[in-house]
Design a protein around this ligand. Sequence first.
Ligand SMILES: Cc1cc2nc3c(=O)[nH]c(=O)nc-3n(C[C@H](O)[C@H](O)[C@H](O)COP(=O)(O)O)c2cc1C
Length: 177
Amino acid sequence: MPFEQLFRHISPEEISGDVFTLVSKIFPVITAGNVNHYNSMTGSGGGMGVLFKKPATWSVLRSDRYTLELIQKEQRYTMSYFPEEYRKQIMFLGSKSGRDSDKMKEVELTGIQTPSGNMTFEEARLIVECKLVQITTPLLDDFYTQEAINWLKDTYKQASDIRKYVFGEITNAWIKK
Ligand SMILES: Cc1cc2nc3c(=O)[nH]c(=O)nc-3n(C[C@H](O)[C@H](O)[C@H](O)COP(=O)(O)O)c2cc1C
């Protein structure tokens, strides 16, 4: 079915629901690539707000995520939020890497292109399209709470463990009709 028959364009201000539930209970599926090759992962950190006077999202992505590689390549991506009934698929996308598996062929979701060419899924209820603005690598010296410093020391053993902070400008938002 054509994208615009399934989804209605909304402004970022019309995104409903609180951001805490969206980020850490519903979980965004982050998708990057193009119609010929795309990849998705599940996220649980980050948020939405305003960056350089523009509506924006931020995500916390481990350096070795294949999706992050594709975000850097294409410099755009989607964040898709699903109804509860798709929890199994969301967890599946967060369980193995597309770098060394065929998870995008296996996942029981239907890929669809937005009018601007980003990839998302027909089953999503909310889609946020993002343009990559910034990827920041946090340094130990940037942190002030002992809890955060301890966590970083325990977790960041090698370069691939580092969580990058990824900021995207919201270019479009869509809601299921
Ligand atoms: C509920 C859930 C939340 C997750 N949140 C994050 C996250 O915020 N950042 C991250 O880097 N990985 C997160 N992951 C792990 C990735 O989704 C997972 O490693 C995924 O397989 C990466 O896929 P990729 O290498 O194909 O991009 C989460 C996984 C699950 C199941």
